[in-house]
Design a protein around this ligand. Structure first.
Ligand SMILES: [Zn+2]
Length: 450
């Protein structure tokens, strides 16, 4: 990993997102074309000043030669990428191991989906952009909007919420996330975020206990929805989790809510895989293929060893097949899908195995398992995520002018989606990273020390 301190320092002062760069050409192998959703022979990927360019650009290029077994994809975008760790009721954002694990897995852009320590995440981004720390791009969410934020006050006035949006938008937030929000507060959040051309997503609920059902949020203009499609099938007399377990994905009334998403162009992030992992579903998708235990501190390993499964794990085991059926039906109807992992490290609960960065490969495999073609899933995790998030001018495909971000894997993932697990090289802004080195640097570092 080369460092370009003088340039980095200069760009840090200028406040540019792209801090260091080198001119690079990637030759050989195959490359994912997001317009045809297929792999083509790589005729040369050119990167200069951190962005994809064209052959006629710079003459002094570093050359990265690939073999016929190498498959290049645009860097993955994780739209539900928690950095959060919590233990004994205390939560913090991990800026040591999580960033390296995300990047090692080919995820070059992350939306933290509600930051516990927004100032610390801001600092992390500054250091990553300056080349002083290693990690993916942090597409700031700022703090949560709703009771999930440690500093949330249910008595916030309309002006308080507008000011909070303005403050984080001006700091450089890329979008916002609501969780535990009321209808009145959500309407203000959406209105104010849209004034800054920023999107809003939400972890909503059934309407139970003053929560917001996604169908109401869609009518308010929300851009994306996490976890639950919502609708009248999720009854307000119980939580979304409880009512979801009894839902029949074949129920005709599901069509109404699906059509509401389609009509309004709202994206749905099912976070399907995490329910399978928490539900301790026995499937090769959830097996521990990366020996993830080695990334935890010894203290954390001990904590995990002693956490016992609870009723929540049993509930998620019931929810998982329902979510599978709902997602397939939504896809078949033409619903817009995004990809996010939703794997905070919550040591007070037993969430099954799977650290955020590694988990994106499980999420994609889980989508393919329900019958969504692999080419579509790869498109969702790249170009479609960029469109849903409003950054398609900068990310999502290997096109001139976009961020020079790719991941390189072994073997064609259209034949076996599990091949995305084989990321060996990641390029971010023209800088080349070895996946193995990133992982080595993260080992033993995730979670509290004591
Ligand atoms: Zn989440």
């Amino acid at each position: 990993m080369k460092k370009h301190y003088s340039l980095a320092a200069l760009l840090f002062v200028l406040g540019s997102f792209q801090a260091f760069s080198q001119n690079l050409v990637i030759k050989g192998g195959w490359v994912f074309d997001t317009s045809s959703k297929s792999f083509q022979k790589n005729s040369g990927i050119y990167i200069e000043d951190g962005l994809f360019g064209e052959e006629k650009g710079a003459s002094d290029r570093e050359v990265l030669n690939l073999s016929d077994e190498d498959y290049v994809l645009p860097g993955l975008i994780d739209l539900h990428a928690h950095y959060r760790v919590s233990y004994e009721g205390k939560a913090f954002d991990d800026t040591v191991a999580m960033p390296k694990i995300f990047l090692a897995n080919g995820i070059t852009s992350t939306f933290p989906a509600g930051e516990i320590e927004p100032e610390k995440m801001w600092d992390l981004q500054q250091k990553i952009d300056a080349g002083n720390l290693t990690g993916p791009r942090i597409l700031h969410s700022g703090p949560y909007y709703g009771s999930a934020a440690p500093d949330w006050n249910p008595e916030f006035s309309e002006q308080d919420i507008r000011d909070r949006v303005d403050y984080w938008a001006e700091r450089g937030a890329y979008g916002f996330k609501a969780k535990g929000i009321t209808k009145a507060h959500l309407a203000i959040l959406i209105d104010q975020a849209h004034k800054h051309n920023l999107t809003v997503t939400g972890h909503l609920d059934s309407g139970f206990k003053n929560s917001v059902n996604p169908q109401d949020a869609i009518k308010m203009g929300i851009d994306r929805v996490e976890h639950f499609l919502g609708g009248d099938l999720l009854v307000a007399t119980t939580s979304a989790y409880n009512s979801l377990k009894d839902l029949d994905p074949a129920d005709l009334r599901l069509e109404e809510i699906i059509q509401l998403y389609i009509k309004n162009g709202v994206y749905f992030d099912a976070t399907l895989g995490t329910y399978g992992a928490i539900g301790l579903i026995d499937s090769p998708i959830f097996e521990d293929w990366a020996e993830e235990n080695q990334y935890f501190t010894s203290f954390t390993k001990n904590v995990i060893k002693n956490v016992k499964p609870s009723a929540f794990n049993e509930l998620c085991a019931l929810i998982y097949p329902v979510k599978q059926g709902v997602l397939k039906r939504y896809y078949d109807a033409g619903g817009l899908i995004t990809v996010g992992t939703d794997r905070p490290l919550l040591l007070d609960n037993y969430l099954g195995g799977g650290i955020g960065g590694f988990f994106i490969h499980r999420e994609m495999a889980a989508m393919v398992e329900v019958g969504i073609p692999a080419a579509e899933v790869l498109y969702f995790a790249t170009q479609q995520n960029a469109e849903a998030f409003g950054i398609a001018d900068r990310a999502g495909s290997i096109s001139p002018g976009k961020w020079g971000d790719v991941m390189i894997i072994k073997g064609n993932p259209l034949e076996d989606i599990n091949r995305t697990r084989s990321v060996h090289t990641v390029v971010k802004g023209g800088e080349i990273y070895s996946s193995a080195e990133l992982k080595k640097a993260a080992k033993g570092k995730l979670g509290p020390e004591n």
